[in-house]
Ligand binder design. Structure first.
Ligand SMILES: Nc1ncnc2c1ncn2[C@@H]1O[C@H](COP(=O)(O)OP(=O)(O)OP(=O)(O)O)[C@@H](O)[C@H]1O
Ligand SMILES: [Mg+2]
Length: 240
């Protein structure tokens, strides 16, 4: 009887461990980052699980964007490791991190403002310029435009649509990148109510599709509507 129980317990534990590993998308261990003499990140430990939405909060200058810059390869930490599904990615350049399935938006958006909404999506889809999209890519671009509620704006310049629509477009670019981990920097800051609702619905849809999201946001209603976990950045560490 006790031998049976031991075998049962070890199978359960093994399954739990395998499931945990399968679900763990990203793991940060002891991330430190200083700019000159100022230490911004002071030993960040964090892991993200598949299909969940995490919201990072914290005061201005507390290091939230710095953390996203490190995960996406735009900055290197002074110490610490970043693992994507168990694989270290700390040495990779941003385009390589992106190809591994991490997409990001920027606080200052960084869209190609002189290109149309449709061309911005195509650019993110193809990950190169100056090629003519095949019918498959055109179909995919149209689907993404529909997902982000911008089909009717597809021929407008990205620089000329509203700020809220531009934020939707940046998320559309992450979708076009085929990202399964999305890092979204302040998705609803400074935008109108209608587009806030669209972004809430979009984040819900992405979660339903199994995407993992780490977003930075302060808006209480938005956080309540979208988040599985709220993480607070304080004195360079993440507290829950
Ligand atoms: N590349 C850089 N070089 C020097 N200092 C930097 C750099 N990036 C960020 N910092 C500094 O690090 C600190 C954290 O910046 P960060 O942008 O990560 O803050 P944040 O939490 O995103 O703030 P906010 O809420 O204002 O967006 C700030 O004092 C900022 O000036
Ligand atoms: Mg920031």
């Amino acid at each position: 009887m006790s031998k049976c129980f031991c075998i049962f317990a070890s199978v359960v534990l093994k399954n739990l461990f395998v499931n945990y590993k399968l679900h763990k998308v990203l793991e940060l261990k002891n991330i430190y980052k200083s700019f000159g003499d100022v230490r911004v990140l002071n030993g960040i430990n964090l892991h993200l699980e598949k299909g969940l939405v995490y919201t990072l909060k914290g005061g201005n200058g507390s290091g939230k964007t710095t953390l996203i810059n490190i995960i996406s390869g735009f900055l290197k930490p002074d110490e610490g490791s970043v693992e994507l599904r168990g694989k270290p990615i700390i040495r990779f350049l941003p385009f390589h991190v992106n190809r591994l399935g991490i997409g990001r938006t920027f606080q200052d958006l960084r869209l190609a403002t002189q290109m149309t909404v449709y061309e911005n999506i195509l650019l993110a889809l193809e990950k190169r310029m100056f090629t003519y999209p095949d019918s498959e890519q055109q179909k995919k671009a149209n689907e993404i435009l529909e997902t982000i509620s911008l089909s009717d704006k597809q021929n407008e310049l990205a620089g000329e649509i509203s700020y809220g629509q531009q934020k939707l477009l940046t998320i559309g670019c992450c979708i076009a990148n085929n990202a399964d981990l999305l890092l979204i920097d302040e998705p609803v800051a400074g935008i109108d109510k209608d587009n806030q609702i669209k972004i809430i619905q979009l984040v819900g849809q992405l979660k339903q599709e199994g995407k993992t999201i780490l977003q930075i946001e302060h808006h209480p209603g938005y956080i309540r509507e979208t988040s599985d976990y709220v993480l607070q950045m304080e004195k360079g560490v993440v507290v829950c």
